[in-house]
Design a protein. Structure first.
Length: 521
C-alpha cells in the first residue's frame, strides 16, 4: 500500500510538472502573440499617418493644379491653406508653381480678360491679345520700313548726284591746283628775294631802334623822377587845400550874413542877403551871437528859415531860439550849404536816418541840401547805385550808414579814394544838417488861420493886433527885444512899431512876381 502511495505521488508530480510546462509554454506563446499584435498596431498607425500625409500632399498638389489651371475658383489664399495642411513645401507642387510663375512672367503686363486671375485657362486669350498687338506693331513697323526704304532710295539718288558734282569739282580743283602751284613757285622765288632785302633792312632798323630805345628809356627815367616830384607837390597842395577849406568852414571872419531886424512876436527876422546874392527860399541858417568870431568852438543860439526874398534883403522865420539868449539884430548867420554869390558842392553816400526812426531819409537830405542852395556832384545810394563824380570843387562828402552789400562797400571805398585825391571834407549827415541850422522836429509849423494860433488872420496893410492869451493860460511876458529898435535897425526906414512884415512894404523888400527864382539856373 505504501508502494502504491509512492507511485501515486510520482504520477501526481509528473502531471504537475507537465501542466507547469504546458502553462509556461502557453503563456510564452500568448505573450509573443501580444507583442506581435502591438507591433502590428503601431505599424498600422504609422502607415495610416504616412498615408494621411501623402493624401494631404496629394490634395496640395491637386489644389496647386486647380490654381494654375483656373479650375474650381481656387485662390492664392486657399492654396496657402492647403500648403499648411500638407505640412510645408512639396517638391512636385513647388515645381508646378515655379513653372506657372515663369510662364506668367512671359505674359508681362498683359491683363487677363474681364479682370480675371491670370492662369492657364486665361493664358490663351492673353497670348492671343498679345499676338494681335504684336501683329499690329509688326504691320506698323513694316510700313515704316517701306517708307524708310523709299526715303533711302531717294537719298541715295540725291547723294549720287552730289557725288558726281563733287568728282567734277575735284577734277576742276586739281587743274586749278596745278596752275596755282606753278604761280606759287614764281611768287616764292620773288618772296625769297624780298626776304633777303627785308632782313638787311631789318638789321639796319634794329640797330637804329636800339639806339632810339636807349634814348627813350633815359627820357622815361627822367619823366618818372618828374612825376614823383609832382606827386609830392600835389600831396602838399592837397593838404593845403584841405586846410584852407577847413579854415573857411570853421572860421567866421566872413559870415554868410547878419540879422538886420527882429520881430519876436511874429517870430520873424530880416537878413542882409537876398536874391542878388543867389539866396533861395527855404534856405536854413544857424544863428551865432554877434560877438562870436568863429564856430569851431561856438554853439549856435538858434536857427532860421528864409520865407521871402528881396533883392538885397530877405524875410525869414525863427525856427529855434531861447528866451534866455534870443536872436537880436547884428547876430551872424551861417549855413554850410551856401555862401553869397556861390554854391557849395556836396557828395552823398549811404543810408541816412536823420530822426532815428529806422527809415532811410536819403531823398530828404538830398532835397534839404538843394533847397539850401547846395549842388550835388556825386551820389552813392543805399542800393549801391553810383551817379555823378567828385571834382576839386566838391567840398563835403555827406556820409551816412555805408554798411550793407559788398557792392556798396566797394563803391564807397572807391569814393573814399577820390575824396583823398580832391581833398574833400567828410562829414556825418547830422553834422551837415546842424551846420545848416536844420532841425528834424522843427519842420512842421501849425498855421492857426481863423481858428487862432500863432498866426492870426488879418488884412494886408494893417498892423498886427496884440496877441490875446489862450483861455486858462497866462500870457507870457514879451522878451526884451520887443523894445523899439533904433531907426538904423529898420531896413525900410520906419519905426519898428509902425512896420508890419505882413503889410505893405517898400519895393526893396517885396518879392518879385517871379517867386523863388534861382539865379544859378
Amino acid at each position: 500500500m505504501a508502494a502504491r502511495e509512492g507511485q501515486g505521488m510520482k504520477i501526481a508530480t509528473i502531471i504537475f510538472a507537465f501542466l507547469t510546462i504546458v502553462l509556461a509554454t502557453t503563456t510564452f506563446m500568448f505573450y509573443a502573440q501580444s507583442q506581435t499584435a502591438y507591433k502590428e498596431k503601431t505599424d498600422a498607425l504609422n502607415a495610416k499617418q504616412q498615408s494621411d500625409q501623402e493624401n494631404s500632399k496629394l490634395k496640395y498638389r491637386m489644389t496647386a493644379m486647380n490654381y494654375v489651371l483656373g479650375l474650381k475658383g481656387v485662390t492664392k489664399q486657399e492654396l496657402e491653406v492647403a500648403k499648411g495642411i500638407a505640412g510645408g513645401e512639396d517638391a512636385d507642387a513647388t515645381e508646378i508653381l515655379a513653372s506657372f510663375d515663369a510662364d506668367m512672367v512671359l505674359l508681362g503686363d498683359q491683363a487677363a480678360p474681364d479682370g480675371a486671375q491670370k492662369n492657364y485657362r486665361t493664358m490663351g486669350n492673353m497670348l492671343l491679345a498679345a499676338v494681335n498687338s504684336k501683329n499690329m506693331s509688326v504691320a506698323d513697323a513694316n510700313a515704316q520700313t517701306r517708307k524708310a526704304q523709299q526715303d533711302l532710295e531717294a537719298t541715295v539718288k540725291a547723294e549720287k548726284g552730289r557725288a558726281d558734282e563733287a568728282v567734277a569739282a575735284r577734277d576742276k580743283a586739281a587743274s586749278e591746283l596745278n596752275t596755282e602751284r606753278d604761280n606759287n613757285i614764281t611768287v616764292r622765288q620773288e618772296m625769297e628775294k624780298r626776304n633777303t632785302t627785308l632782313q638787311e633792312t631789318l638789321a639796319s632798323v634794329t640797330s637804329t631802334a636800339k639806339t632810339e630805345f636807349d634814348k627813350v628809356q633815359q627820357e622815361a627815367t627822367k619823366a618818372k623822377n618828374r612825376v614823383a616830384t609832382q606827386d609830392n607837390t600835389i600831396g602838399v597842395l592837397r593838404e593845403q587845400i584841405k586846410q584852407d577849406i577847413s579854415e573857411k568852414v570853421s572860421l567866421f571872419e566872413n559870415p554868410d550874413g547878419r540879422i538886420k531886424w527882429v520881430n519876436q512876436r511874429q517870430r520873424l527876422v530880416w537878413i542882409d542877403v537876398g536874391r542878388e546874392d543867389g539866396l533861395l527860399r527855404q534856405t536854413t541858417f544857424s544863428v551865432y551871437d554877434h560877438n562870436e568870431n568863429g564856430v569851431a568852438n561856438a554853439k549856435p543860439k538858434g536857427s532860421i528859415e528864409v520865407v521871402s526874398l528881396g533883392d538885397r534883403m530877405s524875410e525869414a522865420r525863427i525856427l529855434e531860439d531861447t528866451p534866455a539868449n534870443p536872436i537880436i539884430s547884428g547876430d551872424a548867420i551861417h549855413t554850410i550849404a551856401w555862401s553869397p554869390g556861390q554854391r557849395i558842392h556836396f557828395a552823398l553816400a549811404g543810408k541816412m536816418d536823420i530822426n532815428g526812426d529806422g527809415v532811410d531819409d536819403y531823398d530828404m537830405v538830398r532835397n534839404i541840401i538843394r533847397i539850401n542852395g547846395g549842388e550835388i556832384d556825386a551820389e552813392l545810394r543805399p542800393d549801391g547805385t553810383r551817379t555823378g563824380k567828385l571834382s576839386i570843387n566838391t567840398r563835403y562828402l555827406v556820409r551816412g550808414n555805408t554798411e550793407g552789400s559788398k557792392e556798396l562797400i566797394d563803391k564807397f571805398t572807391a569814393m573814399t579814394e577820390e575824396v583823398k585825391q580832391f581833398g574833400t571834407d567828410t562829414r556825418s549827415v547830422k553834422d551837415i544838417l546842424a551846420l545848416m541850422g536844420w532841425k528834424a522836429d522843427e519842420r512842421m509849423i501849425d498855421l492857426g488861420g481863423s481858428k487862432g494860433g500863432d498866426f492870426r488872420k488879418r488884412q494886408p496893410g494893417k498892423t498886427e493886433p496884440a496877441a490875446s492869451p489862450t483861455p486858462g493860460t497866462t500870457a507870457p511876458a514879451a522878451p526884451s527885444t520887443e523894445a523899439p529898435a533904433p531907426a538904423a535897425a529898420d531896413p525900410f526906414g520906419t519905426t519898428p512899431a509902425a512896420a508890419d512884415p505882413f503889410g505893405a512894404k517898400p519895393p526893396a523888400a517885396t518879392p518879385p512876381a517871379a517867386g523863388n527864382v534861382d539865379p544859378f539856373k
